[in-house]
Design a binder for this molecule. Sequence first.
Ligand code: GLU
Length: 303
Amino acid sequence: MNDSAHYRGRFAPTPSGPLHFGSLVAALGSYLDARAAQGRWLVRIEDIDPPRCPEGAASTILHQLETFGLEWDEAVMWQHTRGDTYQHALDRLIQLDLAYPCSCSRKQWQAFEIYPGWCREGVCDPNKPLAWRLRSDRGERPIRWQDRLFGEQQFDPAELGDVVLKRKDGLWAYQLAVVVDDAEQQITDVVRGLDLLDNTPWQRQLQSALQLPQPRYLHLPLIVTAEGQKLSKQNLAPALAENESGVRQQLFQALEALDQAPPKALATEPPATQLHWAIANWSLARLRPVGHRLTPSSHSAGD
Ligand code: GLU
């Protein structure tokens, strides 16, 4: 790859709880893609929603990454420190007539699939707390891009709705923060879970509006339970192993989940050995563009 010298990837967890197997696969995919391209790999803690982020969760995540040998370059970026920059971006969107204040509550529009845009031409109730929303109907439509695994993508952002950029309680929303920070960290390659594929149109729309560079995107298969549920902190997916043999086994299983076909003997090797092999052998061509992978059975992750 001729742009490999400039490759900059990132892992951007929300510290709402410890990492689970699904987050390990996302972190590992992003790490390997960056390291195989001799690029840099950064970590950004997406702690814009303090009520959802228990004390200590961010440091647990950083510790988990270290335990699995996923070492990052440069200082960790913390989103809770970035409010002024997000405000600046929102001000610019307001100037461009791409963001508008909205007083509507979820309850008011619950009969609709997406927010119907009632406040677009003027706030319905200026006495209520106001959120800020994106005019998803303005700008390039449809939004098209090439996902590195899932190929040609095409979405009409207006069908996805006027996403919230700043919440009524004053907290920043993910879509704006992620775009501003991917640009700040000069990210060239976003590698993350498939659950965020349909967030990408808003992010690309925001990048164009704010005249920010557009990274390449690689969405990775999601890890699901036998019932087809995505592993998540909400459904209490178990935290990653802490003991040595559990760590080795889960790292190996994460390589398998990424279809890298690691040799069996690697399963009991320490993270550094496994990662050394995985970087040298990283192959996106091996990764099947299938949306889901089953979680390895939990009994094998123990002791
Ligand atoms: N913070 C998001 C999450 O934990 C990921 C953001 C991203 O990779 O764009 O789901």
